[in-house]
Design a protein around this ligand. Structure first.
Ligand code: APR
Length: 351
């Protein structure tokens, strides 16, 4: 059964996640809280091709001609006309992004950003991976503003095949996003900026890092804060919020493999998140997902990219570091994709 589409109203803001205590404050946030920012930034673990938002951001490669991972999922779901449109774009540099139509996807546009290959760029300069990753997100946000996109959902660029460590990526991304939002010209430009994670490791990284850069409105619970005690009416909205939260889309249970892609072998790894502090907000809804790490064999899409005349076999590990990075995970959630989602009447509710 195909996974259902996810309307924007079902994608929780971090203000809601704080209110539901599914996102916990950091002990030492780095910035001032902002209600406006907390009503804009959103976290979800989902298949990005299902999100009914203005635009989604693909983790592409320099050719823009598709590949595995989220790139493959997006091309597969968008249909062959996306590839035809991309062929006319003449590729894209690492750290840059280009925009296309969404074709058969439920969103309006696709922004294709080319993230850094972590190990390769690190060998070229200690700060290169981070500056290129920041550039991907900044360029994507700029493109979205230029195209009047009010809601944007990012996949976790470079944290899959390209091997960027999830926590370091989340830190750079959230800091860069906050800096973008603080620029006077950009205030109010977005209704939603969504970080759509697919793998458990990225979901946990964002849960831990988001409170550093987007702290709850008032870390000490007070009447008006995200964590405030509930008044009668608040109790009502909080109850509805609980229902919304309980109906969050189930984490994807299969990694969208391209048709005809070689089978990949699985090894079970212990995700090991048991203590309360790193408890995923999905675990509140007894969604258990043992992420199965898969070794992506080198022939996943046989792509070899020339990076500045340095041929790089993108999907086959060339060093011990890359072995860790050339993995993709298949979230083999134990939950059933029963498509259980809220009724439309609940969606109409104004949070
Ligand atoms: N929805 C959302 N996120 C997804 C999906 C999906 N359907 N499928 C995978 N992801 C996540 C991965 O779990 C990872 O966190 O997207 C993130 C980026 O991983 P990759 O897709 O491997 O992209 P990246 O690490 O940037 O490597 C790019 O891989 O697929 C090829 O053509 C692509 O050569 C390029 C390289």
């Amino acid at each position: 059964m195909a996974c259902p589409l996810v309307p924007l109203a079902e994608i929780p803001t971090i203000a809601l996640l704080y209110k539901l205590r599914h996102l916990l404050p950091a002990s030492s946030p780095r910035v001032q809280p902002s209600k406006a920012f907390n009503d804009t930034i959103s976290l979800i673990r989902s298949d990005i091709t299902k999100l009914q938002v203005d635009c989604i951001v693909n983790a592409a490669n320099k050719s823009l001609l598709g590949g595995g991972g989220v790139d493959g999922a997006i091309h597969r779901a968008a249909g062959p006309e996306l590839l035809q449109e991309c062929e006319a774009l003449d590729g894209c540099d690492t750290g840059d992004a280009k925009i296309t139509s969404a074709h058969d996807l439920p969103c309006k546009k696709i922004i294709h950003a080319v993230g850094p290959i972590y190990g390769l760029e690190l060998r070229r300069g200690r700060k290169r991976p981070e500056s290129l990753l920041r550039s991907c997100y900044r360029r994507s946000l700029e493109l979205a503003v230029e195209n009047n996109m009010k809601s944007i959902a990012f996949s976790a660029i470079s944290t899959g095949v390209y091997g960027y460590p999830s926590e370091a990526a989340a830190r750079a991304v959230l800091d860069e996003t906050r800096k973008f939002m603080e620029q006077p010209d950009n205030i109010g430009k977005f209704e939603r900026i969504i970080f759509c994670n697919f793998e458990h490791k990225d979901e946990v990284a964002y849960e831990e890092i988001t409170p550093l850069f987007f702290p709850p409105e008032d870390q000490v619970p007070s009447a008006s804060s995200d964590l405030g005690p509930q008044s009668e009416s608040d109790g009502e909205s909080s109850k509805s919020a609980e229902i919304l939260a309980a109906k969050l889309p189930d984490p994807p249970t299969v990694d969208p493999a391209l048709d005809g892609q070689p089978e990949t072998k699985k090894q079970k790894v212990n995700t090991g998140h048991t203590d309360q502090s790193s408890k995923s907000y999905f675990e509140d809804f007894s969604i258990k997902s043992d992420d199965d790490w898969e070794e992506v064999d080198g022939s996943e899409d046989g792509r070899t990219e020339k990076l500045d005349d340095e041929p790089v076999q993108v999907d086959s590990p060339s060093s011990e570091n890359d072995v860790q990075s050339v993995q993709s995970v298949q979230s083999s959630g134990i939950i059933e994709m029963d498509g259980s989602h809220m009724s439309d009447s609940l969606l109409a509710k104004d949070w």
